[in-house]
Ligand binder design. Structure first.
Ligand code: IVH
Length: 673
């Protein structure tokens, strides 16, 4: 190596080390030394160097957390030794019984116990080879799990590498395995659910489900956004515990740069265990993540080995489970809340009852199916439980002498309680929705969608401005955007003459955008960017789309009965037709050119896999779609062709398994002369 490259490498190593140090301070110790901006600056510096010298990128570089392509599926991996679950205890008596069995089996009674929080996520194995993170594996059935390495790499509390110095300090070999719990902090969980709610997607019931869903995401960049955390509690080599005591394992994990939960205590009796349990019973409310109990482990490894395992759980550990915090109360009413996407959610109004430190007076019932499943009526007494999350859950109706049944049944309203618009429930779906695009409950969200980059691209019309415009009643539907004057804007906060002019210019420019943008902007359910494009090409004007019957709509590429019905419903609402009229008067582009797509591939479904030599994926997709074909993401019996390039993955195997025709790029091009 020349002197120049040597000093370059040294600088690069130092920069990476510096970033790793600050990641550790922030994500593991929760004690940053730098501001976010300062940290970003370091990271950008490294990204810049690596962009200029891609040959110098290593897999353990801090820039490589979100790398690689989306996965096509997960590969199975065998565990080095089985992953056991834990037996549960629900009272101090059960803990004493457990201790008695331990004493009998090892024939001594001077046992020390490690008390740890029972973190409520999913267990996950990290395998390190030569100090580098080689694999992240889910528990699976305990013997075989799934490899989710690219997702695990996005978790900042998981070190991508443990260097030789740290390993030495911690007493770790070059190849080792860490076991622990991956979980979603409550703040990430709440934010994610809010975002999903806003997009009309199903929300996760609790952080544990959200963690499992996120870990199995095929797109690592999505996992990265969801901010998972990882607490380590086991260290193995060749499937066996490395250290003499669990307490030493936890210290070694700390020393090696892992996050071992610091809320742990080494004790000498079950009375002291109980103290720890009571200590966290109340304080668990203050933790930024959920725990569902306390794990008690015999500290000495030698004793653990003596005690061994029953069929599914170690005899040397037990999980004390906290009781779900719940209570019984009266359902005084069931009201309906209208969300930003128009979803109607029944909400039980409860006689206020204290549960787990707060007063609960409402509980969500999610949808009509849930109301029917529970069989709950107004006037019923119900069991309410609260997990670590803020939203209480109605678990069931109570019926006995003191708690007679209610009599008033709940019905989903036919008209939206906010605007009086039509309420519909699409077949096969659980949710009811208000279809009036002008419904005030949906207003803010629909304006933001309409002004968004992929729709009418009105730069400057973000959250802050839209909130002000809707709060002041200046914008009551998307057409009102085109009536906003400079005078209106100047009355708003943080709005100078210059910005007002810019916004107005952007609004004016949006009128020239093509028909498909307007169709997409209306926010018709299930009509995304692509469908809007197909509709515009097929019908050539919004008027024609509005006049089309469900059958006519189904002639459009990729429009099935569900989408067709949703479009018909949307335009059956007089308010939506009126809205289109207002957009016409405002001067938007409501007509375009009809485009005849080819028919060579009509009715044929393709799946692309691997890297093609000449065409990019997008180009291949366009080629197929322009010829009337359809591109799907996964192989099934309905697939007509799989187009395979270099390094084709599991989709190719699937195609062979199902006997689907596999073709190459050249053959694809022959199909579309
Ligand atoms: S030790 C062989 N320690 O609880 C014993 N588990 O119900 C392995 N868990 O699958 C588990 N926090 O996912 C252990 N501090 C902790 C834990 C913990 C949460 C989970 C783990 C395990 C489940 C058993």
């Amino acid at each position: 190596m020349s002197a120049v490259t040597q000093s370059f490498q040294k600088k690069l190593d130092a920069l990476r080390e510096q970033i790793r140090h600050h990641e550790y301070r922030y994500y593991v110790l929760d004690d940053p030394e730098l501001s976010d901006a300062e940290f970003d600056q370091l990271m950008n510096q490294l990204k810049k160097i690596e962009a200029e010298h891609p040959e110098a990128i290593t897999p353990d570089s801090p820039t490589q957390r979100v790398g690689g392509k989306p996965r096509e599926g997960f590969v199975k991996a065998k565990h080095s030794s089985p992953m056991f679950s834990l037996d549960n205890a629900y009272s101090i008596e059960e803990l004493r019984d457990w201790e008695r069995r331990v004493h009998e089996l090892i024939e001594r009674d001077d046992v020390e116990y490690m008390c740890e929080l029972k973190l409520d996520g999913m267990s996950l194995v990290l395998r390190y080879e030569d100090g580098r993170l080689a694999q992240g594996i889910t528990r699976g059935d305990g013997n075989i799990g799934e490899e989710v390495t690219s997702n695990v790499r996005t978790v900042r509390a998981v070190p991508l590498a443990v260097d030789a110095a740290k390993r030495k300090q911690a007493g770790l070999p070059a190849d080792f395995e860490v076991r622990g719990e991956m979980m979603m902090p409550l703040a990430s969980f709440r934010r994610m659910n809010e975002e999903r709610e806003a997009k009309g997607l199903a929300t996760f019931a609790n952080p544990r489900n959200a963690t499992a869903g996120t870990a199995r995401q095929l797109e690592p960049s999505i996992t990265a956004q969801r901010r998972l955390d990882y607490f380590a509690y086991m260290l193995l080599r060749d499937g066996r515990t490395i250290f003499d005591r669990q307490s030493e394992t936890m210290d070694a994990l700390d020393a090696a740069g892992f996050k071992a939960n610091k809320n742990r205590r080494l004790v000498k009796s079950i009375d002291e265990v109980w103290e720890f349990i009571e200590h966290w019973e109340t304080r668990r409310e203050t933790l930024p993540y959920e725990i569902d109990g306390i794990v008690v482990k015999v500290d000495r490894t030698a004793l653990q080995n003596e005690l061994g395992f029953t069929g599914k759980a170690p005899r040397w550990a037990i999980a004390y489970k906290y009781a779900a915090r719940g209570g019984i109360t009266l359902v005084e009413d069931i009201l309906v809340n209208v969300g930003r996407t128009g979803k109607l959610t029944p909400v039980a109004i409860l006689k206020p009852v204290p549960i787990g430190g707060t007063t609960v007076s409402r509980a969500t019932l999610h949808n009509l199916d849930e109301v029917e499943r529970l069989g709950v009526k107004i006037g019923d007494w119900v069991q309410v439980e609260r997990g670590g999350d803020v939203i209480p859950k109605l678990v069931g109706v109570v019926e006995d002498k003191e708690h007679p049944r209610g009599t008033r049944e709940f019905h989903m309203p036919e008209k939206c309680p906010v605007c009086g618009g039509h309420v519909v429930r699409t077949e096969g779906e659980a949710d009811h929705r208000c279809v009036n695009a002008n419904c005030p409950a949906k207003l803010r969200e629909s304006i933001l969608h309409f002004a968004g980059r992929k729709v009418m691209n009105i730069d400057g019309m973000g959250e802050a401005l839209v909130t002000q415009l809707t709060d002041r009643g200046l914008v009551k539907n998307v057409a009102d955007i085109y009536r906003v004057t400079q005078e209106d804007l100047l009355k708003l906060e943080r709005m100078g003459k210059k910005s007002a002019e810019n916004v107005l210019r952007e609004i004016e420019a949006s009128k020239k955008l093509p028909l498909e943008r307007v169709i997409f902007g209306l926010g018709v359910r299930f009509v995304g960017e692509r469908t809007a494009q197909f509709l515009a090409e097929h019908f050539g004007s919004l008027e024609a789309v509005m006049a089309a019957s469900a059958e006519e709509l189904e002639e459009v590429n990729e429009v099935g009965p569900r989408i067709a019905e949703s479009i018909v419903e949307f335009f059956a609402e007089p308010r939506n037709r009126e809205l289109v009229e207002q957009l016409r008067q405002a001067g938007l582009t409501l007509a375009g050119e009809k485009k005849q797509r080819g028919t060579q591939l009509a009715g044929k479904t393709f799946v692309l896999t691997g890297t093609l030599a000449r065409l990019t994926r997008d180009e291949a997709k366009k080629l197929i779609e322009d010829a009337g074909g359809r591109v799907s993401g996964s192989v099934s019996k309905k697939t007509d062709y799989v187009v395979a390039g270099e390094e084709a993955g599991s989709k190719l195997d699937k195609a062979k398994e199902l006997g689907v025709a596999v073709i190459g790029e050249a053959e694809l091009e022959k199909l579309v002369p």
